[in-house]
Design a protein around this ligand. Structure first.
Ligand code: XUL
Ligand code: CO
Length: 441
């Protein structure tokens, strides 16, 4: 694929191709053959892989103990428009070299925030026009857009849930512009991650009012976007904590309860992230099963946490057992509803070669490809599905079926129990299930 800008940023790298698992080339896909059909769809269609603009083109590796270590040529120009255009050139070069079809962005990943709403609006319009030209020539698309309503100090007490209405109004202004940009870029979805929607201390917080405000705000954003012709899905991205002590979108179950309570469930689904699931003391598989069984499995932010550290390390995924179990749930619920797999992941601070960001994405992509292939084989070739179904066999006929279909009363359970006596012990066979997963990886 031809490069779009005139300047080449990732000079050491060519397009990444599928070479198969026998290849020794570290800059090739070993499992991700985009056109391979698995469970009735190509891998490209299943995954809709996306690059996260913020990690790959903005985050330079800074942490609370020191500045960034990765120097981005495109961020150097002092003119914000020039810097944003160079960043877009670098981004499109990177995305097309990886063979990805999508990217995701926050508003001010695309261009630096202005000093007034009108300046920000005009900057966003300029970069949206520029990116739209690049989209046309490259075929790259927007999986989702979002607003960064957590970095600016004005949001220190929250955005939509801020106790000060003036801040809520500012968050509204920002989300309006981010929706405009997402719609203008043909974004397929729009995400709300409630970065500071929560509390640091309950002593100064009225939870009920804040939740009501959040629902009101989300309804207004939905109505505005629909009025502008946006047909995509809105996703809420759960996270239990960090930066706040407690965040309202704690986990999938909490978000589903909230969406149902406030009548938002028709327009909103869930964007789940591996490291957010583990921060909530869940597994990603758990979060996906909760969302999937409620028809809410919208999109995925792919990464992983660290097994010893508690925080959101956003490492690139490489755990085959974890991702294979997640892909079992993925296939069980028929994939994602409108979303895709966005690598919300960052290379480590000491990964400073240009190639590192390529190795990271290649590894993540191959982990997903290998895992879905394994999960599909587990479902189609092993006893897995039958073993699972058999555990519920007693509900398929007779009294069990009557129970499921609501034809029994509590007194009937008493009579059945009295007539049948103590049930036999039936093994859950967890270790057997675990061995099946390992066998097919
Ligand atoms: C933060 C996080 C965000 C969202 C988008 O933990 O995951 O990057 O995905 O705001
Ligand atoms: Co995320």
């Amino acid at each position: 694929m031809a490069l779009i800008g005139d300047k080449e940023y990732f000079k050491e790298l060519k397009e990444i191709k599928y070479e198969g698992k026998e290849s020794d080339n570290p800059l090739a896909y070993k499992y991700y053959d985009a056109e391979r059909i698995v469970a009735g769809k190509t891998l490209r269609e299943h995954f809709k892989f996306a690059v996260a603009y913020w990690h790959s083109f903005c985050g330079t590796g800074a942490d609370p103990f020191g500045p960034g270590t990765q120097i981005y040529e495109w961020d150097i120009p002092s003119d914000p428009i020039m810097a944003a255009k160079e960043k877009a050139d670098a981004a499109f070069e990177f995305i097309t070299k990886l063979g990805f079809d999508y990217f995701c962005f926050h508003d001010y990943d695309l261009i630096r925030e202005g000093s007034s709403w009108s300046e920000s609006e005009s900057r966003l319009n300029t970069i949206v026009d520029y990116i739209n030209q690049k989209k046309k020539t490259s075929g790259v698309k927007v999986l989702w857009g979002t607003a960064n309503c957590f970095a600016n100090p004005r949001y220190m007490n929250g955005a939509a849930t801020n106790p000060d209405f003036n801040v809520v109004a500012n968050a509204g202004a920002q989300v309006k512009l981010a929706l405009d940009a997402t719609i203008a870029l043909g974004g397929e979805n729009y995400v709300f991650w409630g970065g500071r929607e929560g509390y640091m201390s309950l002593l100064n917080t009225d939870i009920k009012r804040e939740l009501d405000h959040m629902a009101q705000f989300l309804s207004m954003a939905r109505d505005y976007a629909r009025g502008q012709g946006f047909k995509g899905t809105f996703f809420i991205e759960p996270k239990p904590m960090e930066p706040m002590k407690h965040q309202y979108d704690f986990d999938a179950a909490t978000v589903i309860g909230f969406l149902n309570q406030y009548g938002l469930a028709d327009d909103f689904k869930i964007n789940l992230e591996f490291n957010h699931a583990t921060l909530a003391s869940h597994t990603m598989q758990h979060e996906m099963a909760v969302a999937g069984s409620n028809g809410m499995l919208g999109s995925i932010d792919a990464n992983r946490g660290d097994y010893q550290n508690g925080w959101d390390t956003d490492q690139f995924p490489n755990n085959l057992v974890e991702v294979t179990e997640a892909m079992l749930v993925f296939l069980q619920y028929g994939g994602l509803q409108g979303g895709g797999i966005n690598f919300d992941a960052k290379i480590r601070r000491n990964s400073t070669d240009q190639k590192d960001i390529f190795y990271a994405h290649i590894g993540g992509v191959d982990t997903f490809a290998r895992s879905i292939i394994a999960a599909d084989k587990i479902i189609s070739s092993s006893d897995y599905q039958k073993l699972r179904d058999d555990r519920y066999h007693s509900f398929d006929s007779a009294s069990g079926k009557d129970f499921e279909e609501g034809r029994l009363q509590l007194k009937d359970l008493f009579d059945i129990a009295a007539a049948h006596g103590e049930p036999q012990r039936i093994s859950g066979r967890q270790e057997y299930f675990e061995n099946i997963v390992n066998q097919y990886i």
